[in-house]
Write a protein of this length. Structure first.
Length: 256
């Protein structure tokens, strides 16, 4: 926030570009990977449909896409909130960004500090609902201090939700598909928010809805999608439990 006011946006973009030098040096220091060549006829089996794999993988990637569009596009909307909603300029915008980052840090540290927190559909549902409620508050509040608190909650819940989705994907995907599936997951989380934010702003400014109402509508869609996901996984879990119960009964009958 202080650097944005003193140095300006251009200087901060330059410093951000310099920060990638260390990552490039680290990548250059890695040993080369062996080449894996496949016949041309087998390339058709390594595309997008095989990468998606079974239904749980498709469902988790769909949830990740929904979270990216409706739940993780808010950072790109913060300049609109700073200028058009709260009229706080660059210092306020910096505070809003810092609040989301602080929440993300809290969510990451909290998740790492609780090894007993297992990656389940219940965690996805809980974090998704908290994220949706935080965005509803963000879109409806008229005080920036309360908006900062909502952003802290949004950043924390978004981090827990993203980490849980990634862990669930890792647990259901087969080793030979893991690289392709996780690359799709990362592209979804990074790319879709950049595409969704301009659409949300354009839709808000081109209609009777303001940006606050637009982000509330996106939060409602997120909550509905997360609830549908919880229902689908609950039905699948009930079927699995019924199958286990039937198998145990059959085994007991055979033993007796």
């Amino acid at each position: 926030m202080v650097l944005l006011v003193r140095l300006g946006a251009g200087s901060l973009f330059f410093l951000n570009a310099l920060s990638f030098v260390s990552m490039i040096v680290a990548l250059r220091s890695l040993p080369p990977l062996p080449e894996h060549r496949k016949p041309v006829g087998r390339l058709t089996n390594t595309g997008l449909p095989p990468a998606l794999g079974p239904r749980p993988v498709v469902l988790l990637l769909a949830v990740a896409a929904l979270v990216a569009i409706c739940g993780r596009s808010y950072p790109q909307l913060l300049p609109v909130f700073a200028n058009d909603v709260w009229h706080v300029g660059a210092p306020g915008y910096g505070a809003l960004l810092a609040a989301g980052g602080a929440g993300a840090l809290l969510g990451g540290v909290g998740t790492a500090a609780m090894p007993q927190l297992r990656a389940t559909a219940n965690v996805v549902f809980g974090a998704g609902i908290v994220l949706a409620l935080s965005l509803v508050l963000l879109g409806s509040l008229r005080r920036i201090d309360l908006g900062i608190a909502a952003l802290v909650a949004a950043g924390a819940s978004a981090t827990v939700l993203t980490a849980t989705l990634g862990t669930l994907l890792q647990s259901v995907v087969t080793p030979e598909r893991r690289g392709r599936v996780m690359s799709l997951f990362v592209v979804t989380l990074i790319g879709l928010p950049q595409l969704a934010a301009p659409v949300i702003v354009s839709a808000a400014r081109g209609s009777l809805l303001g940006v606050g109402q637009a982000i509330i509508a996106a939060a409602i869609l997120l909550a509905l999608g997360i609830t549908m996901y919880r229902g689908l996984t609950g039905q699948q879990q009930n079927k699995q439990n019924a199958l286990r119960h039937w198998l145990r009964g059959l085994a007991k009958h055979i033993v007796d």
